[in-house]
Design a protein. Structure first.
Length: 291
């Protein structure tokens, strides 16, 4: 029997350019391994920002459990762009439009609209230093001075911190985010001693009371065209520091995400597109694949 008959369905998608691999592991007892993730990321056709490994529904996950893997094989707690891709993948299969998933960070509830946009309830943000987490109390997570700044620019020495299921440091900068070499200093800041679990590092420029420009160096993945949880973190920290209102358009290199930090229940709703690229199969143990 051909071993490839037992490979899992693989779908290459993107959420505003954020490269996503959806691996359908439902009906199986094995897992996508870190080694498979590293091998997949090493090939230009399957290089990704996140793998969304979809497992069987269970009592606390009516529409499935999702493991999220970074390109270095590490686990992530949240990925809004990837969740939209999973929703679009499942919608294409059976036409459902409402979903209730779980990850290691908790619930992810999502809806697909008739125009193809998908909203994901990312839950409430966390601002307590121990829940982000930071290595110690900074006094106020709205305005944090780096204990060991790595860059001479004053704008890169202070940040706002939040968790959207994963840790985020948002640096509000006075000029175009593309004028900063985030690829050069992002890796150093990701591993700064203030972030015991590393952090997603974002540069945000406020362009109006209802819009931001954003660029993100993603923990475990590197520079990315879009990071949904970072867009949420930038939106809530901008509102929390009085820079914007609670509804903003966040412009990332590949497009815009609409973020609504609801006042009634404190939840953050992210809305944006997802796009199918191609389908194939993959060995979840080794990362060998075919289109």
């Amino acid at each position: 029997m051909n071993d490839r008959e037992h490979w899992a369905p693989l779908t290459r998608m993107n959420g505003l350019g954020n490269k996503i691999l959806v691996i359908d592991m439902r009906g199986r007892t094995d897992k996508v391994t870190p080694q498979a993730a590293i091998r997949l990321n090493a090939h230009p056709d399957t290089a990704f920002d996140q793998i969304m490994a979809l497992y069987d529904p269970r009592e606390d996950a009516p529409d499935g459990w999702i493991d999220i893997l970074n390109s270095d094989g590490s686990m992530a707690q949240a990925c809004g762009n990837g969740t939209r891709c999973v929703v679009d993948y499942l919608f294409s299969a059976d036409g459902r439009s409402h979903f209730d998933f779980r990850t290691i960070a908790g619930a992810l509830v999502a809806d697909r609209f008739e125009d193809g946009r998908i909203s994901v309830d990312m839950g409430p943000p966390e601002f307590a230093w121990e829940k982000i987490p930071l290595s110690g109390s900074p006094g106020d997570t709205k305005h944090i001075a780096l204990s060991e700044p790595f860059e001479p620019d004053p704008a890169l020495q202070r940040f706002s911190a939040a968790s959207m299921g994963n840790p985020h440091a948002v640096f509000f900068v006075p000029r175009d985010v593309d004028s900063y070499d985030l690829l050069a200093f992002g890796p150093r800041y990701e591993h700064h001693p203030m972030f015991p679990e590393r952090a997603n590092i974002s540069l945000a420029q406020v362009t109006s009371p209802s819009s931001l420009s954003l660029k993100t160096f993603e923990r475990g993945a590197g520079l990315t065209l879009a990071c949904g949880s970072a867009a949420c973190a930038a939106a809530v920290t901008a509102a929390r520091t009085g820079r914007t209102g609670r509804k903003v358009s966040v412009y990332v290199p590949a497009g815009a995400l609409e973020i609504d930090w609801r006042e009634d229940d404190d939840h953050v709703i992210m809305t944006g597109p997802a796009e199918h690229e191609w389908s194939g199969r993959v060995d979840p143990n080794t990362g060998e694949w075919e289109r």
